[in-house]
Design a protein around this ligand. Structure first.
Ligand SMILES: Nc1ncnc2c1ncn2[C@@H]1O[C@H](COP(=O)(O)OP(=O)(O)O)[C@@H](O)[C@H]1O
Ligand SMILES: [Mg+2]
Length: 174
């Protein structure tokens, strides 16, 4: 496993980025993130189609809700997939939402207040109802099988999580 840091840890910005060279590496990164998540945590995943967002979600689910990991699928027509676990994982793919009214109609605002772990693809569609404290992930193409993944924490919990992740990613054994 080689996750190569492309940007040194930046203590001012509290952010860093890695390049994942395969689907397996992206899933492993997801498992590392999942091991740090607690009830109520929100992770948003942004970036173009095929960037690896759902792949990373599979890694998170395999760590938080292991019995359900095989069920995580790439873009579907469903807005929400729920994976029972301790805590449960609610995975939203907002790609097909037309706007915030669709989200209100689907009851998202109330759902997002609970004690699950919330993983949200295409968060810009529902930014009004996502809480400020969250871990923001950005996915960019860096080649056919490589993806640059940036970690942008918002709030003290996410900053602590990103600090820990960066120390893991920079460790030679990761
Ligand atoms: N380094 C990588 N990380 C994740 N996926 C990759 C990588 N390289 C190639 N891929 C491929 O890119 C696609 C990512 O799909 P998916 O995770 O559904 O993206 P998204 O949810 O961002 O649309 C998959 O077909 C996967 O095999
Ligand atoms: Mg997806």
């Amino acid at each position: 496993m080689q996750i190569q840091a492309t940007k040194a840890w930046d203590p001012e910005a509290f952010s860093f980025a890695v390049v994942s060279c395969s689907q397996e590496e992206t899933e492993a990164l997801g498992r590392a993130i999942g091991s740090l998540l607690e009830p109520g945590d929100v992770v948003t995943l942004s970036g173009e189609l095929g960037g690896g967002k759902t792949c990373l979600v599979r890694g998170i689910v395999s760590s938080v809700a292991p019995d359900s990991a095989a069920l995580v699928s790439s873009p579907t027509f469903a807005l929400l997939h729920e994976y029972p676990g301790q805590p449960a994982v609610l995975h939203y793919d907002c790609y097909r939402l037309h706007g915030i009214d669709d989200a209100f109609e689907a009851g998202l605002e109330d759902q997002l207040q609970g004690n699950a772990v919330y993983l949200i693809e295409w968060p810009d569609k529902i930014s009004e109802i996502i809480k400020n404290e969250r871990l923001e992930l950005l996915f960019e193409y860096d080649g056919e099988t490589s993806r640059r993944i940036s970690f942008l924490p918002h709030g003290p919990r996410a900053i602590a999580q990103v600090k820990k992740l960066s120390s893991w990613c920079f460790a030679p054994s990761f």
